[in-house]
Design a protein around this ligand. Structure first.
Ligand code: PMP
Length: 384
């Protein structure tokens, strides 16, 4: 309204007078973000110097850990889910409505932070074998946290099913305060659309549309699908490559069209948990968010836990970049792809979250930097 506008104007004028600078006020206010939600998206694209120099390719990584609410790409998804629900009248800000979600951590942390900012409650169900930093953070953000044993998707206590059931219980119980919403990151369109409208266009703009390949792991698949759907429309020649940890069926899905390796006997198929120390990527079922972009994936690269751990150390040692397990998997796959394509190509990947969130699990597997493991060559990391 008019009186509020004039107050802002006065403040701006006052500031200008005080600093004696005559730059336009609009320019100054551009740098001021509207709450924590304003700090989501527009993340930097970093040229990873060591990997670029070693391969002769340009290896660029989108620093998604610099999203400012929950410090991962899931900030984009959480905000997209909440805004879509608000538009549909399923959530009302500052009403005390409760958002339920099944997550290995990142989505829960992003939801919990944005819930605080918008006056919602967060109820998070997660597997109990994830790094404790994630559940600790969730509790500090005031989320209700249920940690459950990892279980196959057919089990009603599997973390995603449990969250869906908790939301249904809430909705069915007239004594519960406010509405209950199941965020449903694996199946909701709001997930891949956040990357289709955010991450993808940002990569296109930041590279000026000059890139040869995009490499990413997939948990829900939202990042890979959303980015691929946007970039492939602009750049039909772009190579989209899945980075996949051990035990995940997605590699086989891309390579052979089925979730299990046809060379393996029936009895050896993995039906439960993904068998890796890596958190957040790799899955053994087809989600909507993977399905919607799966035809755009050209190839898949398997990355072992040892390779991921060695790459995480390499990035600290050479570049001062301290990341978590899925980022390390992405960088191994991007470097392997650079070797396949040969020098002169530009490859974009993602740094999803900080190593600080993985100190007690993924990073607990390494000696302190500066020890005897530090002279490893890139070729020994890549196993070539
Ligand atoms: N990295 C981390 C740390 C994650 O938590 C996730 C999501 N579970 C991903 C990568 C994968 O992203 P997406 O769900 O978009 O496939």
């Amino acid at each position: 309204d008019q009186s509020r506008l004039s107050k802002i104007d006065n403040l701006g004028t006052l500031k200008k007078n005080l600093s004696g600078i005559s730059r336009p006020l609009e320019k100054a206010t551009d740098t001021i973000k509207q709450g924590i939600e304003g700090c989501i998206g527009n993340t930097p694209l970093i040229r990873i110097k060591s990997l670029s120099d070693a391969t002769g390719c340009e290896i660029l990584a989108k620093a998604e850990f610099l999203n400012g609410a929950g410090n991962s790409p899931k900030d984009r998804v959480a905000l997209s889910i909440i805004e879509m629900a608000e538009e549909q009248g399923l959530l009302v800000p500052h009403s005390g409505d409760t958002i339920y979600e099944g997550t290995v951590g990142s989505t829960g942390i992003s939801l919990a932070a944005i819930c605080r900012a918008r006056g919602y409650k967060a109820h998070i169900c997660m597997p109990d074998d994830m790094a404790t930093e994630k559940s600790d953070l969730l509790l500090k953000l005031g989320a209700e946290v249920e940690r459950v044993r990892p279980a196959p998707i057919v089990d009603q206590n599997q973390f995603v099913n449990l969250a869906r059931n908790r939301a249904a219980e809430h909705t069915a119980n007239p004594d519960k305060r406010g509405r209950g919403l199941f965020a449903d990151q694996f199946e909701t369109e709001a997930n891949w659309r956040a990357h289709f409208t955010g991450t993808g266009p940002e990569i296109y703009d930041q590279t000026g549309g000059f890139l040869d390949a995009f490499v990413s792991g997939a948990g829900t698949g939202g990042t890979l699908s959303g980015v691929a759907l946007f970039l492939k429309k602009k750049l039909p020649e772009l190579k989209v490559v899945l980075a996949d940890p051990p035990g995940s069926g997605l590699y086989n899905r891309v390579k052979f069209g089925v979730m299990f390796d046809p060379k393996e006997r029936e009895g050896t198929r993995r039906r439960t948990q993904v068998d890796t120390i890596v958190e957040g990527i790799g899955i053994n079922r087809l989600t909507h968010n993977f399905e919607v972009g799966k035809e755009l994936i050209d190839d898949a690269i398997r990355v072992t836990d040892d390779q991921a751990i060695a790459m995480a150390r390499w990035l600290v040692e050479h570049d001062g970049i301290f990341v978590g397990s899925s980022s390390a998997v992405n960088c191994v796959a991007a470097t392997k792809l650079a070797k396949q394509l040969g020098p002169g190509h530009r490859i974009v990947t993602l740094l999803c979250d900080s190593g600080a969130r993985h100190l007690s699990k993924f990073w607990a597997n390494t000696e302190p930097i500066g020890g005897s493991e530090d002279d490893v060559s890139l070729n020994s990391i890549l196993g070539s």
